[in-house]
Ligand binder design. Sequence first.
Ligand SMILES: [Zn+2]
Length: 445
Amino acid sequence: MADTLVTGADLVSPSGVRRADIAIDDGEIAAVGQDLPHEAGDVIDADGMVALPGIVDVHNHMHDDELFPDGIDFASQTASAVAGGVTTVVELPTQTPVTTPEVFLEKREACEELAHVDFGLVCGNVQDADIDIEGIIREGTRDFKTFTADPYLADDRTIVELMDRVGRAGGKVRVHCETQGIMDHARARIESDDPEVYMDSRPVEAELDAITRVGYFAEYADCPLHVVHVSSGSGAREGARFRARGEVPVTLESCPHYLAFSKEDVAEKGPFLKVNPSLKSPEEVQRLWDAVRDGTIDLIASEHFPTYRENRERGWENIWEPYAGLPSIETMLEFLVSEGVHEGRLSWPRLCELVCARPAAEAGVFPRKGLVREGTDADIVLLREESWTVSADDLAYNGGWTPYEGRKWTARVDTVIAGGAIAARDHEVHSEPGDGEFLHRGPRG
Ligand SMILES: [Zn+2]
């Protein structure tokens, strides 16, 4: 007898949607099929609901004791993740560097105590390429993060050197692509402190130039490249040129907020849309949707960055003051279903590729994650159709705000199963800190 049986769900995979029962045993998927024997410890009636593999979010910021205030830690933020259907996270360094095997292991151990969901880690932010690449890979990551922009700017030679060494070791370099020189020039022309000028300080050309340059860096150094948080449709097109050339593997990531908002929304939302790269024009948003639909963008990640509302409010007075970044992990799936699938911009299978299968493959955890099939981890999110208005009060996220406040959506996360157990229902978290496990992610095969 199975531990749990999910009955009658519309199960989504990258190849289609089919009606299925899902049997779960000992934390794994035991069987998927029609009319499985209805004998189980727990039966979840999913008639009328859509089932997806638990979401795999490969870009988020959740653990930095020096940067984040009390209460914002890996426990509260992975709780927010699981409430939104995200059952696997790959966390990236923020202010505190994670660039030695020792610090990597310390961070792993701290996060193991706190994790609500399974997690991987990334080496970064690399500003000096003279680090123990092989030692860090042995600790369980394949990913190295660096920047072409402040505050973690690495110079061109450092990025090339890092790519050379990481490429040979079987890793991948993730780059934040905005050229600092263009932004310095743009910023010097701005005198106002109003939120609306923020976008002018980070022009789209800064992104386009940086993507092009790191594309050639990667080809020169023979290193797989992952462009994080592409913020414009034009940026996606620049990145895709390098993938088409076929010299090195290139993956392009975008984020929900670059699809949900343009710079024209800043008049209303002000500092609650302060994010780097900045938001772009409505035309770029439209092009980005096209790129997400047609496969130019490989995957979507949340780029979750938590802050308290009080901190962000200060940006109304002076937009340069608060740290940039948006809380977004809990709302990612509901946004993409409500404004993507339900609006006819994405199919269910394409959504599944973007937030389940492809990110799991990039992270090196597919098909254990990102697919519901016999033998994979029992991570499942059930969605129901429901009209609702987004309010931070209804989220598990503890920062007290969401950029999506007031948005009218049509899909709601009903039940989240992680490792075979019910981890969340209706954004109420049932999992505990320590339920998640570290994912040791080896070099690329
Ligand atoms: Zn980031």
